[in-house]
Design a binder for this molecule. Sequence first.
Ligand SMILES: Cc1ncc(COP(=O)(O)O)c(C=O)c1O
Length: 379
Amino acid sequence: MNGAPLARYDATLQGLARKDRLRTLAPRAGLDFSSNDYLGLAASKRLGEAVAAAIARGTPVGATGSRLLRGNAPEHEALETDAAAFFGAERALFFGGGYIANFALLTALPQKGDFLVLDELAHASMHEGAQAGRAQSIVVAHNDVNAVEGAISRWRAEGGMGCVWIAVESLYSMDGDRAPMESLVTLADRHEAFIVVDEAHATGVWGPDGRGLAAAFEGRANIVALHTCGKALGASGALVTGPRTLCDYLVNRCRPFIYATAPSPLMAVAAREALAMLSDEPMRRVQLHDRVAFAGRQLAERCGVTPSGSQIQPFVIGNVRRTMTLAAALQARGFDIRGIRPPTVPEGTSRLRISLTLNVDEADISAMVEALVEVLATA
Ligand SMILES: Cc1ncc(COP(=O)(O)O)c(C=O)c1O
């Protein structure tokens, strides 16, 4: 085979490079200002020991099959039982990851004839699920409850008869801002709509015991939540929580759940232990919130950044090349801060995404801000 069949892929890569958008994999290095390991659980002794103990008692590494066949391990069921109780939902289902779970929810639950309203900044997995699903869907302006209401009213006025679905994140992954959950739930109730809320960045960090920003609404018949296990929980996978009927429906109709090998039982052990840690170790949340406030003050004073008020602090630069130059300069100084470019964020809003975790302390944050001031002056 000569190189000809690869030429179009090469051309795409070259085009991306010309636009400063070529992505490459870089080794992990420097102080952690980019991971989603907000509570520092990923490398915690307790999580490691829980997995080691599970291995020692013979828990298999692989699930060996689909959940509907021999892949359904007691570890999955124990996690789901605990998760449903912890989050206050009727039932929980464990998926291999948040991306696939979002995609699965939005392809399986909204039906033909339904209408799905999606926040423009919702995660890519939600947008792709909406596109692949059977419901008519519309993207609305970020956090604009009136736009959601307007879209629903127009659809009904045009004869839409099915159910309405609203898909949002509770804490946005690239902006660190919150969805107006209460207004959305009131709106959903008024229109007998369902809400699918992606709590990926809120789980473990926000809400009572770290149950998320939609905690007050879990257990309702019209709320389905996604709690990823790969971020503050320090493991991987994702828990979908919601009404028993919808979870039972997913077990029967959700193709990514049915036609896939179940996640490793060891990961279920890790996620379950992480949930227990949320209840047992509330100080982690308190410490993280202190660090968020500390960083917010420093970044506001020294760099004029408006604090997001969460552990995700964007510093919007705008220009792609400058963003990546700044990120590289910070990395060279030992601070792992990544530049985020379109299409992950909207055109013209390239940014440094500063993530705050318990993997750094206040001295590290001060040093990072100092370095940021320096590189901003030179790049
Ligand atoms: C908001 C949001 N939802 C879903 C996901 C996907 O979750 P996972 O990494 O578990 O696939 C991510 C991760 O990047 C995310 O930021």
